[in-house]
Design a protein around this ligand. Sequence first.
Ligand SMILES: Nc1nc2c(ncn2[C@@H]2O[C@H](COP(=O)(O)OP(=O)(O)O)[C@@H](O)[C@H]2O)c(=O)[nH]1
Ligand SMILES: [Mg+2]
Length: 425
Amino acid sequence: MGGASSRDQEAETSYCLENETVESSNSSFFTDEELAKLKSDYDTGGVEKVKTVVQQKVTELDNTELNVAVTGQSGAGKSSFINAMRGLRSVDEGAAEVGTVETTMEPTRYKHPNLPNVCFWDLPGIGSLEMPLNKYLKKMKFKKYDFVVIISACRFTENDSKLAKEIKRLGKNFYFVRSKIDNDLDSKRKGGGQFNEEEQLEKIRNDCVSKLQRTGIPSPSVFLISNFDLNLYDFSLLNKALEGDLTNIMKNMYILALPNLNSEIVEKKRKELRKRIWMLAILSGVIGVVPDVSLGCDTGIVIGGIVHFRQCLGLDDSSLQSLAKRAGKPVEDLKAVVTTPLVGGEITPDVINRLAWGAAAVTISAIELTVCFIPVIGSIFGVGSSFLMTYKLLSAALDDLTESAQKVVAAAFGTKNDPNQTSAQ
Ligand SMILES: Nc1nc2c(ncn2[C@@H]2O[C@H](COP(=O)(O)OP(=O)(O)O)[C@@H](O)[C@H]2O)c(=O)[nH]1
Ligand SMILES: [Mg+2]
């Protein structure tokens, strides 16, 4: 990429439409009313007026917390589930201790390694402290959590059911998770005779459902998982259920916090991260606001955005180390498949300039246009616009990082659901 003048020429012809079919309701963090207000603000005050509203939304995004409570009997696999969700093995630094008897009445908080606003709370075992349920409910303050996961390793009890009803009464969502499915299948397999995995899973599911029905939950959903390999069984169904229930911002945080297990998760993360690009581009300003001539836009915003993408896509050094350990592979094997210089070092204007993205066409999804700025594309995407450069650089960076994240996940786990690959503890 050359100097400012060559960039300007490139910018003139450099946007095109992408045919992306995304649900419009999920395409931004704004409600319909907020979007309407944004458009009228733009009409009366231009980008400068819109900037304040966008800045507020970015601040809201950065400050929102997602608090997940994990409860169930002692030994059910609560701590193991939390570790798996945080991409850690039980022996890793910062992991929740596994296999220990709960002696405290206090929930323990575990922050997500890359997203400190996402917290998992390891609750004391529901039946382990000889405490009446009412007292447990009061002490655990379920109101403060965004949703609750109730884990069982064998059968859901009446306590689990009562707990679920109380959580529902408080207006919170709960999810029944049946852990240690790997153990169940192993014993069945070793038991001899005909073995059909799908049949066995269905049997376990039905058994959990009927036990819960007997305790008074009319149509419960139960998700079967192994904390040793979230790529297997019902973990993706649990995610789907959660995505359907969570608000836009919470859903965004939940998806970004997921461990990188397969290409589907990486792609979901890309979609979520993309929602931020136009907002950051707005904050970077429009014509005449060029705080850093070397990139033609606000360098701090671009670099900050790329660092955020890299972490959420699990490409920072410590995420790669954790992934390598989980996959039982040397971290060098994972780093070897990375194709972008945005991984493995400091991101500077020089590194970004060397990628020569300025010459690339910008792809704007139809949805982004309808949601945001169709009528103003001429001015906002105009020649020399800081908005355009930021939009271009962040879109290209996100594409490059996503491509590398896909390769890393494939190198770590092989193809999805390959039974010969494990992410064991
Ligand atoms: N096979 C298998 N073992 C598990 C699974 N989840 C937990 N465990 C084991 O079950 C024991 C209790 O797990 P832990 O997470 O400490 O349970 P907690 O008391 O509910 O926190 C430990 O030995 C774990 O290694 C699982 O999904 N599969
Ligand atoms: Mg525990």
